[in-house]
Design a protein. Sequence first.
Length: 93
Amino acid sequence: MGEDTTVSGAGLDPALRGLLRRATAASPPGSAVTARIPSGRVEIRDEAPPESGDPFATDPARAVAHRAGGDLHVFDRADGPGTLAVLELPAAG
């Protein structure tokens, strides 16, 4: 495990809620949604295809990331069906 990193991200709470809401709404019933927070980023994995759900659900999270000097990337999962959303934020300080 890496060391903890404090990140700077005003409005992070609604961004994370939106990403998690999109992941749970778009995933098949009974499937898993996981959130992982390694140093300086948040990773949310679901079992939903990238094109499912609201295509604009990631826009607020991307806007928060950009304001904080970071970014949001959404990928097809390489380890199975679903989506990986990666919210990257710069270290505070």
